[in-house]
Design a protein around this ligand. Structure first.
Ligand code: LLP
Length: 447
């Protein structure tokens, strides 16, 4: 397993993250447990800030959908980034954390009237409007409140990115955004300009996630600037802001080769400059919305090994006390991960095993065919790079309580998310009055 962030092998044969002994974290907080390496998370924020904000005056907007808790909001705020939220729930979290609302960007392809009102009242910086229904709804709601809504229009650039089918979004046949090729994007701009309570500030596109080729981003930037040039010619309007969506792909397993963030920034900033010259317009302020590349490598999940089953000549299954409930990505996208035994970090690989979760589902497999030291019940298995889209996509299938989360830094571990309890699982359950009595109605069942 490739060591991420502040991970280090200790002299006691244990893995350390943020100066904390991972085996000790398992003992203290229980498993499964999400561990967030604060220094790594902050360093990833700073790489974007340096590459985009410091050099090009761009705005870096952290994608909350990858990992969000109140403490994470505080860190993002301290690092000077904006926040991309996609629901009332994410917005509520930002509000409760005291995140500056002018740095909040509200996404989503079907924001409800209640969510839009909540965002208007909160004073979010920008509405990323996805479609004409939303445009007119927002115009009306802002009007009722006597407000102007700052809007960035989401455009579908018609780009096929190389990533999993479920996480690509830039192609015409997408539920997101207004397509350039169909003329709907141009119609969106014209209608937005006609809406008295909409202040059309810029354009947005997002081509997908876990993308490695910088050409995909530069191509998207070209297509968007060409569209901006067309709009200038047709309407006289020019975007003050251009948002190119999510960040770079990350390392999960050998062969994944992310580009340096600074190259990403240089490439797209150059396209903006050139195209602005071509169309004789000011260079728009660049916006980027990285999530995975900030939170992903900063997170790990630890589990305790339980049942081990060897099917002779076929496979050795090693079951852990979590799985698709805390990390649905392998089941959903065939995502691959690396892992190690945090209590045997100094031992060489000895056997090939497959890591199974504990859900009642054959598809609940975290890792197929991984080389590990000899695995025994009670070992602490650590899966790396689980910071993004794990906790935020976690679920209670089989009524498994969701894990706790600790933030580690300089030898200190702080709980930032409590472990769910069984009581939490039934918190919203109700029994109608007519079901209160425990009388058996099926007489055949009474013996
Ligand atoms: N901006 C927009 C409009 C997005 O839709 C996304 C991700 C991002 C930014 C952040 O992209 P990132 O920097 O994280 O690549 N659940 C899937 C990924 C879904 C991506 C959703 N949109 C997964 O686990 O791989």
């Amino acid at each position: 397993m490739k060591l991420q962030g502040t991970m280090q092998a200790g002299a006691n044969g244990h893995l350390y993250i943020g100066g904390c002994d991972v085996v000790e974290l398992a003992r203290q907080f229980g498993t499964p447990l999400y561990i967030i390496d604060e220094a790594c998370f902050r360093d990833n924020c700073r790489q974007y800030y340096q590459a985009f904000t410091a050099r090009y005056g761009a705005q870096v907007i952290y994608a909350a959908k990858t990992l969000l808790t109140l403490a994470i909001c505080k860190i993002v705020q301290q690092e000077g980034l904006g926040l991309d939220v996609v629901s009332g729930g994410e917005l509520y979290t930002a509000l409760k954390a005291g995140f500056p609302m002018e740095r909040v960007y509200f996404h989503g392809n079907n924001k409800s009237p209640a969510e839009l009102k909540m965002a208007l009242d909160a004073g979010v910086g920008r509405f990323m409007v996805d479609n004409l229904y939303e445009l007119h709804l927002l115009n009306r709601l802002a009007g009722e409140k006597g407000m102007q809504a700052g809007v960035i229009l989401r455009i579908t650039p018609g780009i096929e990115a190389h990533t999993h089918e479920y996480i690509k979004t830039g192609q015409i046949d997408s539920k997101f955004g207004l397509a350039i090729q169909t003329g709907q994007a141009a119609e969106g701009v014209r209608e937005a300009l006609d809406c008295p309570h909409i202040d059309l500030v810029g354009l947005h596109c997002h081509i997908g996630s876990q993308i490695f080729e910088l050409e995909s981003y530069t191509h998207a930037a070209e297509v968007m600037m060409d569209f901006a040039g067309q709009m200038k010619k047709e309407t006289g309007w020019m975007p003050a802001e251009l948002d190119l969506g999510g960040g770079l792909g990350i390392y999960y397993v050998a062969g994944d080769a992310p580009q340096p963030v600074s190259r990403y920034a240089d490439c797209v900033a150059e396209v903006l400059k050139q195209k602005a010259r071509q169309y004789e317009m000011p260079v728009p302020t660049l916006l980027v919305e990285p999530g995975r590349s900030i939170s992903g490598p900063a997170g790990s999940t630890i589990y305790t090994v339980g049942a081990i089953k060897e099917i002779p000549g076929i496979r050795k299954y090693v079951a852990v006390d979590g799985g698709m409930g805390d990390n649905p990505r392998p089941a959903l996208y065939q995502s691959r991960y690396e892992a190690c035994l945090a209590n045997k970090i100094d031992r060489p690989a000895e056997e090939k095993v497959s890591i199974a979760g504990k859900c009642c589902e054959s598809g609940d497999m975290l890792i197929w065919d991984i080389e590990l030291p000899r695995v025994e019940a009670g070992d602490i298995l650590l899966v790396s790079c689980t910071g993004a889209y794990n906790y935020t996509m976690s679920m209670n299938y089989n009524r498994l309580p969701r894990p706790a989360m600790v933030l580690v830094n300089n030898g200190k571990a702080d709980l930032i998310l409590e472990r769910e309890t069984y009581a939490d699982l039934i918190r919203n359950d109700l029994i109608p009055e007519r079901l209160q009595q425990s009388k058996v109605l099926n007489m055949a069942a009474v013996r």
